[in-house]
Design a protein around this ligand. Structure first.
Ligand SMILES: [Zn+2]
Length: 225
């Protein structure tokens, strides 16, 4: 049975690659990546470079919440999961992209109640995904606390978003709604190339141990013909 499952997954992956149905929803991480206004810019220091050196080796220096990354409950709760403790079924599995590009300021409970939430992994696509990301946008689309509570009550276990944060003021009220329930957050997604439908999410955060956030590569596989 195990090998059949692997064969089935292998077929899904190989046909998705052939049909170009894999969407990279990760942000580029480099010295120009837009980060939270209080954080230093990521630094990628070339320790050595060819032809002067034998090899190319780079020193990385950036915050745990730079670029596409996950937020662990430990960010706000010292006794809850750190990034490496989050079960991988929160990061890999069927998911649903919800299109909220009609919203021009704040996603409300009413906006979300018009959508059917069918999976525990939900990615919210907003106008943020179309931001060229050349500078921090203080007016980026946000999620209301009531909207966050609505999603938590629908059984969402992983919530993806297309900006650095769900909120603008740095007060973490929306984060509190999710992280108090150990809902995993996936920030800084790029969802412009996605549609409102089901995909298979594969997101693997770097296994940095004992901390609040970890950079991740996230892709969507379109299984539908
Ligand atoms: Zn974060």
């Amino acid at each position: 049975m195990g090998s059949n499952t692997i064969t089935t997954l292998g077929k899904v992956l190989s046909s998705a690659f052939t049909a170009g149905k894999i969407i990279d929803i990760s942000m580029e991480l480099n010295e120009r990546t837009v980060v939270w206004t209080a954080d230093p810019q990521p630094k990628l220091t070339p320790v050595c470079r060819q032809p002067e050196a034998d090899c190319n080796f780079t020193w990385l220096d950036f915050g745990a919440h730079a670029g596409t990354h996950i937020d662990a409950p430990f960010y706000l709760f010292k006794d809850k999961w750190t990034c490496d403790q989050i079960p991988l079924n929160r990061m890999i599995g069927p998911c649903q992209v919800i299109d909220l590009t009609n919203v021009d300021d704040e996603i409300t409970e009413e906006d979300l109640s018009l959508k059917s939430i069918e999976h525990p992994i939900i990615l919210l696509k907003t106008r943020n995904s179309f931001d060229p990301m050349t500078a921090y946008n203080p007016k980026h689309i946000v999620l209301s606390v009531k909207g966050a509570e609505y999603l938590a009550e629908r059984g969402v276990t992983t919530l993806g978003y297309d900006y650095q944060s769900f909120e603008r003021d740095g007060k973490n009220n929306v984060h509190h709604v999710f992280l108090s329930r150990s809902i995993t957050l996936l920030d800084n997604l790029r969802l412009a190339d996605t549609e409102e439908k089901e995909y298979l999410l594969v997101c693997l955060p770097v296994k940095v141990t004992g901390i609040d956030g970890a950079p991740a590569r996230a892709i969507l596989i379109d299984e539908q013909p």
